[in-house]
Design a protein around this ligand. Structure first.
Ligand code: UD1
Length: 418
């Protein structure tokens, strides 16, 4: 077990390189099973979710080799369609493999997935979509068992625009007979990125980024080299950190359009933000003013994955805010921890009611999930005094070299074994 020790109060100055997007790399890794040629993923982030996905691919018989920061996956030797529970429980994204494994082997057996404990995360939309493509699905002893003779293109209307279900259905449909249309598809940039990869592999996919994704099935997919988009959530986290601690931070290799809902709120708060191609510079030297309300929504709305970070920022702004979480019901587990740091915030159902205080005070707090954990670190950096953040393995799931990057900006943060 490891923890962070933080001496808060330093302003953040300097530049930071944004990693490739976790939520793009994970479905891209799942897609590598669709071909028996090599797929090279460039600049893969050094995070445990990727390492766990690689473990699963290896269990399936794929060969995955790091070449510097790139990861080369060779699916030619894949010979197994079962994902055991100890691996699936480590990583919710293992469920994306259903689509590609069934496409490759006409069979798949996967334990119910794990991932962040942020409330009920059902997979019913994934399964309904796969059934419509002709997959026969049974559930037995905690395993989902899929079989099919043939995958057949069809029209699938999602009850809600689920990111994972959209991606999983795309992965299954690329090699199906005929055309599949996903309606009410999620519009997240990572879905467009998956389309870009699949088309480089020889698939015929269009419409990603809109609510209708159209996939014409092809016989065979080939290998390719692929650079995923920058991680908009990591970028957003550093922007909020700079806003909270004060200073001037430049993010490199970032797509401003993909974080525009956050930039809009930060400007409303009083931050000075400039954009120059793939750079964003945020400058702030004063206590910010609260934004009245923020609601999480599917893209292009405010992302649920930045909800904890922006709530932490609101806690030290001047004035009141209401933050509403519309996607995951228990995504406020970090709130009692922020209260230990002096925040005045109360959660009622899906709403966090925040009254801004002057500053956080250092405290020992526990990271309960990935984004909540990242937000606690930012609060520790902004706080007066010393903080300890426990259970940081949650943070390692999605942030590569988090403390190195923060230290480079001037944050006083170290990782310690306990
Ligand atoms: C993905 C992201 C995650 C982000 C989330 C929302 C990855 C690896 N993870 O997660 O970081 O927080 O999008 O932007 O990309 N739902 C159902 N049934 C289903 C599937 C989902 O009811 O079968 C509901 C969920 O409970 C939730 C909503 O749909 O309320 C959105 O979930 P979804 O978009 O599927 O999130 P994930 O793909 O799990």
């Amino acid at each position: 077990m490891e923890k962070y020790i933080i001496n808060g109060g330093n302003r953040l100055y300097g530049s930071v390189e944004i990693q490739t997007a976790k939520n793009s790399v994970l479905p891209v890794l799942a897609a590598t099973v669709l071909t028996d040629e090599k797929v090279r993923i460039l600049n893969v982030p050094n995070i445990s979710d990727v390492k766990n996905m690689v473990k699963i691919l290896t269990r399936l018989g794929c060969k995955a080799v790091y070449d510097g920061n790139d990861l080369v996956v060779d699916g030619s030797s894949a010979d197994c369609y079962e994902i055991p529970s100890e691996l699936a429980h480590e990583l919710r994204s293992s469920v994306f493999l259903l689509g590609s494994v069934i496409s490759r082997f006409r069979m798949a057996k996967i334990a119910y997935p794990g991932g962040c404990d942020i409330g009920l995360r059902p997979v019913d939309l994934h399964l309904t979509g796969l059934k419509k493509l002709g997959v026969d699905i049974t559930e037995e002893n905690g395993y989902i068992i899929c079989k099919c003779e043939k995958l057949r293109g069809t029209e699938i209307m999602l009850d809600c625009p689920s990111v994972g279900a959209t991606e999983n259905i795309m992965l299954a449909a690329v090699r199906a007979d005929g055309t599949t249309v996903i309606k009410n598809a999620a519009r997240e940039p990572e879905i467009e990125d998956l389309q870009r990869l699949l088309n480089l592999m020889g698939a015929k996919v269009r419409g990603a980024g809109s609510s209708s994704v159209i996939i014409e099935g092809v016989e065979k997919l080939n290998g390719c080299d692929f650079l995923p988009i920058p991680d908009r959530i990591e970028a957003g986290t550093f922007l909020v950190g700079a806003a909270m601690c004060g200073g001037e931070v430049e993010l490199n290799r970032v797509c401003a359009e993909n974080v525009s809902s956050l930039l809009h709120k930060l400007r409303e708060n009083g931050c000075k933000i400039s954009i120059n191609n793939d750079k964003i510079i945020l400058e702030n030297h004063k206590r910010l003013t609260s934004v009245k309300s923020i609601e999480t929504q599917p893209y292009p709305g405010f992302p649920t994955d930045l909800q904890a970070q922006i709530t932490a920022l609101c806690c030290v702004c001047r004035g009141h805010s209401i933050i509403t979480e519309n996607l995951f019901e228990t995504r406020f587990k970090y709130v009692p921890e922020l209260r230990k740091m002096g925040a005045d915030v109360t959660v009622i159902n899906r709403n966090a009611f925040v009254r801004g205080v002057e500053r956080f005070k250092g405290a020992t707090v526990v990271a309960h999930d990935l984004r909540g954990g990242a937000a606690l670190v930012l609060a520790g950096l902004a706080a007066e005094g010393r903080s300890e953040i426990l259970d940081i393995s949650h943070i390692d799931r999605g942030y590569g070299s988090y403390e190195y990057k923060l230290r480079k900006l001037g944050g006083d943060i170290v990782r310690v074994s306990v």
